[in-house]
Each structure stands twice: as C-alpha cells, then as structure tokens.
Design a protein around this ligand. Structure first.
Ligand code: ADP
Length: 599
C-alpha cells in the first residue's frame, strides 16, 4: 500500500513539476522577448537622437566623409557606450566606433541593414564572432526631408550579455524557486496521497485480520465518497461474517452439549480411521478421555480388542453392525453396540458412527426378573404340593381315621394359609415396585402409632413369652403414609419375634435426630431383638427377594422371604434408609432413618 502512496505522490509531483516548469519557461521567454523589444525601441530612439544631433554630412570626398563619420562614431560611443556603424546604401562601412572601416566587409547582406533599406528600420540578434557575444543590432536609414532618398544607414549594436546575465540570474532564481516549490509540492502531495491511501491501508489491514477470522474489527467509515462506501461495505461484511461465525459457533456448542448429554456413547470415525468425535458417555463406557482419543486412530484403543476388530470390519465392509459386547475396562459392562456407516453429502468416503449403550443394568434386571419368576414358582410349588399330597392321602382312605384326618387337614389349612400369604406378599411387592398406588403422606404421631403396633403384635409376642418394649420421644410426629409405615414396623417387629427364642426381648425406639450436615431433621426408629442374629456374610443379602438365612427356620416361622424386600422398598418410597447391625447369638438391630418432613 505504501508503494501505491509513493506512486501517487510521484504522479502528483510530476504534474506539479511539469506545470511549474512550463510556467517558468513561458515567463523567461516572455521576459526575454519583452526585454529585447524594449531594448530595440530604446536603441531606435537613440538612433533618431543621433541622427538629429549629427546628421549624415553631404560631402563629395568619400575619404573625408568617412573620416568625419569615424570620428562621430567614436564620440558617440564614448557618450552612449554603444557601438555605432555608418553604412553606405551600397553596404560599404563608412565609420565604425570599434573597428577600422577599411578592414570591414560589405554589410549589405546583414539582416538589419536589409530590413532598414526596405522599411527604414531593422533589427537583428546574432552571435558576433569578433566579440564572441550575442549582439543586438538596430539599423535605420537616414532620410533628409520627406520623399527624398536615404543617404545611408546608421546602426547601433549592443552586447546582450547584460540581458543574458540577468536572464541567467533569473534562471537561477527560478530554479531555486522551482526546487522550493517542488519540495513544498512533494510535502503536499505526500499528505494528499496519504489522505487517499490511509483509509485504503486501514481497510487492507482490516481485511487481513478478517482473513484470520477476526471479525470484530471495524474501519472508520469516512465520507460519502467511494472510499467511504467501500469502508461501509467492508464493515457490513465483517458484521455479517461475525454473525455467521457466531451462529456456527453456537451450533457447534449446541451439538457438543447434545453429544455430551447423551446417555449413549458416541464415537465418530473418519474414513482414514481417525476418531473425530468421542463424547462424554464414550469416555465413561470405554475409558480414556476425549483429548487422548480425538485425532488419533481407532486402532490405538487398547483394552477393547473385540471392538477394534468390529470397527475395522465396519470400515472395510461399510455395512451396519449390531452386536452385544462385554467390556472389562474401565469396569465390566455389557454394551449394546451399533456401527453405522455414514453417508455425508459430497463426501464419498465418509466414516462411521459407533453408538454404545450400557445394557448391563437392563440385563441384570431381566435376569433378576426371570430368577424371581423361577423363585415364585418354586415357592408356590412347595405348599401346593403339600396341599395336593395330603388331600390325596385323605381321599385314599385316611379320611376314615379322624385323628389322622384332623392333623392332615390342619397341615392343608396351614399350607394354604402360607400360600395365601405368599401370594399376598408377591402381589404387594409387585404393587409397590410398579408404584401403582402412590403414598398418602400425613403426620403420624409416633408414640400413639407405635403403641398400636405393639398391641397388634402383643398376642404373638406373648405366645413366645417375648417382652415388647416400645418407647418414642414425646409428641414426635413423622410425615409418612401411615398404612405403609405400619407394614414396615409389623414386618420388622414380627421378624424380631420370629427370630428370637422364647423369653427374649424386642425393643422399639423412636427419636428425633438433627443431622449436622444440612441441619436436616430425621426420625430414627430402631427395632432390636435379643435373637439368633444374622451371619455377617448374609447381611448384604437379606433384603433380596426370597433370601433367607435358614430356609427351614423361616418356613417353620411362617416367613415368605419377601418381608424385608417389601420393607426396603417402602422405606425408599419414604426417602429413608435402613441398615442392620447384628451379632450371632446376641441379637439384631434394624435401624431405619426417615426424613421428618417429606421433601
Ligand atoms: P422371612 O419371611 O423369611 O422372615 P424376611 O425377608 O423378613 O423373610 O427376612 C429375610 C431373612 O432375614 C430371614 O429369613 C432371616 O433369615 C433373616 N432375618 C430377618 N430378620 C431377622 C432378625 N430379626 N434376626 C435374625 N434374622 C433375621
């Protein structure tokens, strides 16, 4: 751009220089012409004066006449300082102030003489070889009275060196002036060029920054001329590019957050095997971070040999692949994987998309469900088989013995009772699990409520001579579903009675606790017994459905193995927790903690 500025400056200066030069030449020329004309007029007047003062003598003797004219010429030269020459009409020099007329050529062919003969006066400027100077010659013919013939010609000559000196002085002044003017012009041109090129320079640098994706730059818009228009256009362009870029960035972040919040692992692989997308869930399912993976080849995924093989197959065959895959890193998981070749418009060799879904939990659930069905059928089969067996025995004759019949019928009654309980518990459990009946929360006054529970179970406890000891903080209220809370406590207290030998004790305590963190108010209800206890290894499993530490014992006490899993579910619905502490032979303690107020 500076190049352009210099070019512009040079152009301005050339124009200014040429015009100044032309003006100078014209001036010098005019001056010279005027000066010469003035000099010539002056000399003509001198000639007239000379002629009047010393007219051409009328003498017969040529030599005498010449002598006279010679004298005259010398005298005049002394007075006026100009060379004087007297010339006869035939061109012979009769007198000359500077030379001897005898040595001089005939002057008839001199320009000024010719002109004087033709039109009275004549002038000429030429170089004199004798004096080696430029000379001006002015000649006039001498006429005595009107209509008479001229007697001769008087010529004045003067060196032009004075004029030329003053002219050269003038030239020097002119050149100096010109140089000064030129310098001034250069300065002005530079400034003018700058004012033209500076906006252009600004725009160029702005355009360069835009090329580097910096669209925040704006240039001063200036006036309503073409340059201003260009600046405005440039600014508008930067503005719209900025908007477009923002849009693209926003889309990018939107896409990124969609990818990051997806529950599926998404991995995109370009046709050359480089990983281009590796979202957060993929990090979780396959291990290693996005930063480690993106830009690298999929073949570098160690730990997942099988997966790498499937990706390679997908890239080679360009066919969708669906499979289930067990990975052991970063932890054991069952992944449902689908590989889809991608077709992006315009790109022949687009890569493929790998979508991963963690199905471990679903599979585990499915497995649990089928195990549950098997367990249920098994649990149902036992009482049904008993009922069927005893009924058959009765039918095949035992009916006739009243004693046997009575005991068989008692067994049938007990077994069908168990069956009924079992079916009831299963239905209850499935009802809770499917959350078909939402909880009805209301304030429950614990001292009163727990007292009622004790009354319900007092007969059962008395049968085994077990003391029920129930204590609750005074006026302690708890927000809960009263029926469900009853179910929880009956189950826990009943277990306490069932798994405690005769003469033991079952204690229930309810107290308010303010948790240090968050100052949350919770109610802790503890159900403890002095029973047989639970082996440490079984503690984590007793809340599982149908899990019993001692099958025979549970059966004899009428348990279904579902009680604690129902308890656990109901407590979770109350946003509470339950844990167990137990020592074999000493007793067990079930500690449940429920929020005083439901969130
Ligand atoms: P069950 O109907 O067999 O009692 P639960 O789900 O209520 O089934 O309990 C699961 C198992 O936990 C029981 O079979 C028993 O072995 C053990 N258990 C529960 N409560 C107690 C307790 N208070 N003392 C000892 N063992 C217990």
């Amino acid at each position: 751009m500076t190049k352009f500025r210099w070019k512009l400056t040079a152009l301005f200066m050339l124009l200014i220089g040429l015009s100044v030069l032309a003006a100078g030449l014209l001036m010098v020329n005019t001056y010279q012409k005027n000066h010469q004309a003035a000099l010539r007029d002056h000399m003509i007047r001198e000639l007239h004066v000379l002629n009047a003062a010393a007219p051409w003598p009328v003498m017969e003797d040529q030599a005498e006449q010449s002598e006279y004219l010679q004298r005259q010429a010398k005298r005049f030269k002394e007075i006026a300082g100009m060379r004087v020459t007297y010339i006869r009409l035939d061109g012979r020099v009769m007198g000359d102030s500077d030379h001897d007329p005898a040595t001089m050529n005939n002057h008839i062919d001199r320009e000024e003489v010719k002109e004087a003969l033709a039109a009275n006066t004549g002038s000429s400027i030429r170089h004199s070889d004798t004096l080696n100077q430029n000379m001006i010659y002015v000649a006039t013919s001498v006429i005595e009275g009107k209509g008479t013939q001229a007697r001769g010609i008087i010529r004045l000559a003067m060196s032009l060196s004075d004029v030329e000196r003053s002219l050269s002085n003038m030239w020097i002044a002119l050149i100096f002036g010109l140089l000064l003017l030129f310098a001034l012009a250069a300065l002005v041109s530079y400034r003018v060029a700058l004012s033209v090129t500076r906006p252009l320079e600004r725009m160029t640098s702005a355009a360069k920054r835009m090329a580097n994706m910096d669209y925040a730059i704006r240039v001063p818009e200036g006036g309503r001329d073409e340059v201003g228009d260009l600046a405005r256009t440039l600014n508008a362009m930067a503005g719209s590019l900025q908007e477009r870029l923002d849009e693209i960035r926003e889309n990018g972040t939107r896409l990124q957050s969609v990818l990051d919040n997806m529950t599926s692992g998404v991995v995109m692989i370009a046709h050359d095997g480089r990983i281009t997308i590796y979202n957060r869930q993929a990090e979780k399912l396959l291990g290693s971070s996005t930063r480690e993976r993106v830009g690298r080849s999929f073949a570098e995924i160690r730990h997942h040999f099988e997966l790498v093989g499937l990706i390679r197959e997908g890239l080679d065959n360009r066919m969708p692949i669906r499979d289930e895959l067990t990975v052991y890193y970063p932890e054991e998981r069952l992944l449902e994987m689908s590989i889809v070749p991608m077709e992006m418009s315009g790109d022949e060799e687009s890569g493929l998309l790998l979508v991963l879904q963690d199905v471990s939990a679903i599979r585990r659930l499915e497995q649990m469900r089928s195990e549950f069905v098997a367990n249920v059928s098994h649990e149902l089969k036992t009482p049904v088989a008993a009922v069927k067996g005893f009924a058959e025995t009765l039918l095949s004759g035992a009916m006739d013995e009243p004693e046997t019949a009575r005991s068989f019928l008692t067994i049938i009654h007990d077994e069908s009772e168990r069956l009924n309980r079992l079916i009831g518990d299963i239905l209850e459990l499935s009802k809770i699990e499917s959350r078909r009946s939402p909880l009805q929360f209301s304030p429950v006054e614990l001292p009163v409520f727990l007292g009622r529970m004790g009354e319900i179970l007092s007969a059962e406890a008395a049968k085994k001579k077990i003391t029920l000891d129930i204590q609750a903080d005074e006026e302690l209220f708890l927000e809960a579903d009263e029926d469900r809370l009853g179910q929880i406590l009956i189950n826990l207290m009943q277990n306490g009675i069932n798994y405690t030998p005769e003469g033991g004790k079952v204690k229930v305590r309810a107290e308010l606790i303010i948790q240090e963190i968050g100052e949350e108010e919770i109610v802790r209800i503890t159900v403890s017994d002095t029973g047989i206890g639970i082996p440490r290894k079984d503690i984590p499993r007793i809340f599982e459905r149908f899990y019993r530490v001692d099958k025979a014992r549970s059966r004899s006490s009428g348990g279904t193995g579902l009680g604690l899993s129902i308890v656990k579910h109901l407590i979770e619905l109350h946003h509470g927790t339950i844990r167990v502490e137990s020592t074999i032979g000493v007793g067990s303690q079930f500690i449940l903690e429920l929020p005083l107020l439901q969130p």
